[in-house]
Design a protein around this ligand. Structure first.
Ligand code: E4P
Length: 214
């Protein structure tokens, strides 16, 4: 399973890249707004920190404006992937961009039918938002399971990015289902490796090691 970091913060990207497990980055307008840098300057910086895909969101709502915006964003760096929302205009834009070799991550996916149409339109990635479904008492992971089953059934090349991840359990469930990618906020990424028994065990070993004659 590939690990993407869900952030627009260069320090967080540098840090997780140094762990040796980072495959890509996803941003969105909310994450970009938290950073105090110019949009294009920030995207260019992020793309220089990692060779894997960096998802950048289109904010236009009409297909022709989306295509124009996507072309401009894609010209910033070769690893830019365009996030397009799951709408009818989004499908039209995705098909055009796909024929031009610009990769699309269809975002704000909340149903299997949206994911199926995204794959049909040629999206390279789909992003089901599982945490936001859990927030309204649905089961986000059921959606991931359905999408993975459908994509396997028809041999779609579209990769499933499990998004809106809230805790380590989401990551483990995504791995058990066989999702291609999880995109994880920095705070959750840290929680994936920390365990209190590891800390306690390490402390005890170090205390005992101090008693050994060297
Ligand atoms: C994914 O691409 C999105 O940026 C992100 O996962 C949204 O997560 P949220 O629901 O925590 O805002």
């Amino acid at each position: 399973m590939k690990f993407f970091l869900d952030t627009a913060n260069p320090e967080e990207i540098r840090e997780v890249a140094s762990w040796g497990i980072l495959d890509g980055v996803t941003t969105n307008p909310t994450l970009i707004a938290k950073e105090k840098k110019g949009f294009k300057e920030l995207i260019t910086e992020i793309c220089s920190l990692i060779s894997g895909p960096v998802s950048v969101e289109c904010v236009s709502s009409k297909w022709d404006a989306m295509v124009a915006e996507a072309r401009e964003l894609a010209s910033l760096a070769s690893n830019v992937v365009i996030k397009i929302p799951a709408t009818i205009d989004g499908l039209k834009a995705t098909r055009i961009l796909q024929t031009e070799g610009i990769r699309v991550n269809m975002t704000l996916i909340f149903s299997p039918s949206q994911a199926l149409l995204a794959a049909k339109a040629g999206a390279a990635f789909v992003s089901p938002f599982i945490g936001r479904l859990d927030d309204i008492s649905h089961n986000g992971m059921d959606l991931v399971d359905q999408i993975v089953t459908i994509f396997n059934q028809y041999n779609f090349n579209t990769e499933v990015i499990v998004a809106s991840v809230r805790h380590p359990g989401h990551v483990v469930e995504a791995a058990l289902i066989g999702a291609d990618i999880v995109t994880v906020p920095y705070a959750v990424m840290e929680k994936l490796i920390r365990h209190p028994l590891t800390d306690i065990g390490l402390e005890k070993f170090l205390q005992d090691w101090a008693k050994v004659k060297k």
